[in-house]
Design a protein around this ligand. Sequence first.
Ligand code: ADP
Ligand code: MG
Length: 228
Amino acid sequence: SEEALLQSEKLSVIGQLAAGVAYEIRNPLTTLKGFIQLQQRGIIISDPNLSLMLAELDRINLIVSEFLVLAKPQATDFRMVNIQAILAEIDVLLQPQAIMQNIQISIAPPVAIPSVYGESNQLKQVFINILKNAMEAMPCGGNVCIELRADSSCLLIRFSDQGCGIPQESITQLGDPFFTNKENGTGLGLMVSKQIIANHKGSITFDSTLGEGTTVDIRLPIIQLPSN
Ligand code: ADP
Ligand code: MG
């Protein structure tokens, strides 16, 4: 069945990634082990080293939690979802961070948009990943604009930021596992997002100008119900 096919595709992606994840978490684990061994030999771990251990644990936690999104059952929880409601929830969630960074998030237009068939938690995860990237690209503040547009077959969700932009040669690498330019990035956010959008039979595309900003377009199919 189609679901079985999706499932096997997903498993193969996860298989390829497992090696990468193992590699990424081995360093922090080695650090943690070293400190615990020192403690065992009676060497007291200093406060800065305890903070370092916590940071390493946070990093492992982040990598594993981004990765786990793929392993959760997906095809089972599909239902009609209201994208505007999901975006409003995320807006509330990201407000504290946005305010601290002097970032304004605007969602337009306020008119009703057709529902799409999807898994709301997974779509929420995608929108959070995209918005976090937008915010991280604007360390000195700016605007992120979310626009919604629907035609008879598809819903467009467009995220535009005024951030640092992405070099043209990197655009094709977006969504490759562990591709990141950030010191503390995992390079898993877009990979997971691409996978989720593919499971929704949608598309995700990037358009960017260095120093000006980035536009991420997500298209999701709209199911036409029979009119009688
Ligand atoms: P991470 O955020 O952990 O680095 P992602 O998969 O979310 O991993 O993003 C991968 C890379 O794509 C980022 O490190 C960044 O270089 C680039 N990127 C993604 N979105 C944007 C954006 N809106 N503006 C600038 N660069 C971006
Ligand atoms: Mg990210």
